[in-house]
Design a protein around this ligand. Structure first.
Ligand code: FES
Length: 313
């Protein structure tokens, strides 16, 4: 990796929940690490491929970067690589980046977490406690598989509710969405299907998209997507992007050399402009504002939301 790369050393590894390890990373010289925006992730070079993991610790001049990683048995190997780390190992990463920051103007924050998606929520909770922000938490996880449950209890107190079943969670979610005061923003992180459910419930309850923020994890499990056509306006060439082929692969297929590193939607290297059409953003790099502007796309993971897209290449 290049650019904003930092070198870190593993200080400790802990089993923090079933199949979840928390890895504490420090600077080789023990100096404080760069501060980060709550909800940020660290892009880690996992032995040749890059994965993004949310930071769960303190965000201001932290002594360590802590990440909690669920072992994904049939994943691409990134989580297994992290689970193989031991104290003293060296790790390369990019400086923390946020695509899931708390909105400063929000009067209240409703944090919704599913499974290991609790990790950025823990970071948001630390910030909320630090700044005295008004928060509410709904956290759903399989019994015996809850990570950071004690942290959430300690940081949120009575403002946190825990669920072991989807039905009970969904019922409560609909009630909570309906009773939020104006000025509340919703943040949801978890498996894709759970995020889709929360977004749908928020839309049905009349929430504007600008007040609902989501972060998907498990990019390994991205669906193949719908086919679409991209027009390269510089040459007037049309390129078909079939289901299961990324836009980046399709562009490479016609001889375009798009810089890229992670091919996971986390490093930002492959960003290209969009001149017409609506992108279906699936990356962890662009901010909410950048995604809403619809003038850029990360072609390694994102696609068109519709039959066509135009890029000035
Ligand atoms: S190659 Fe890293 S975001 Fe696309």
């Amino acid at each position: 990796m290049t650019g904003t790369q930092i070198e870190l050393v593993v200080a400790a590894v802990e089993e923090s929940a079933h199949a979840v390890r928390t890895v504490r990373l420090v600077a080789p010289d023990g100096a404080p690490l760069p501060s980060f925006v709550p909800g940020s992730h660290l892009v880690v070079d996992c032995g040749g491929r890059s994965n993004a993991y949310s930071l769960v610790g303190e965000s201001i001049a932290p002594a360590e970067y802590a990440i909690s990683v669920l072992l994904v048995e049939d994943g691409s190997g990134g989580s297994a690589w992290v689970h193989g780390l031991a104290a003293g190992d060296r790790v390369s990463a990019l400086r923390p980046r946020s695509a899931f920051a708390p909105i400063a103007s929000a009067t209240r924050h409703l944090l919704v977490a599913g499974g290991i998606g609790v990790t950025p929520v823990v970071s948001h909770l630390r910030a909320a406690r630090h700044w005295g922000r008004d928060v509410q938490v709904l956290y759903v996880f399989r019994e015996g598989h809850g990570a950071h449950v004690d942290d959430v209890k300690e940081l949120a107190g009575d403002a946190a509710e825990f669920f072991g079943d989807r039905v009970g969670f969904t019922e409560r979610l609909r009630t909570v969405l309906a009773e939020q005061p104006l000025g509340t923003h919703v943040y949801v992180c978890g498996p894709g299907a759970m995020i889709d459910d929360v977004l749908e419930a928020a839309t049905e309850a009349g929430w504007p998209a600008s007040r609902v923020h989501s972060e998907r994890f498990g990019l390994d499990a991205l669906d193949p997507g719908e086919p679409f056509r991209v027009t390269l306006t510089e040459t007037g060439t049309d390129v078909e992007v079939p289901s299961g082929t990324s836009l980046l692969e399709a562009l490479e297929g016609v001889g375009l050399d798009v810089p890229n590193l992670c091919r996971q939607g986390v490093c930002g290297e492959c960003r290209i402009p969009v001149s017409a059409g609506t992108p279906l953003h699936r990356d962890l790099y662009l901010t909410d504002e950048e995604k809403q502007a619809c003038d850029a796309i990360m072609p390694c993971v994102s696609r068109a939301d519709g039959p066509t897209l135009e890029v000035p290449l």
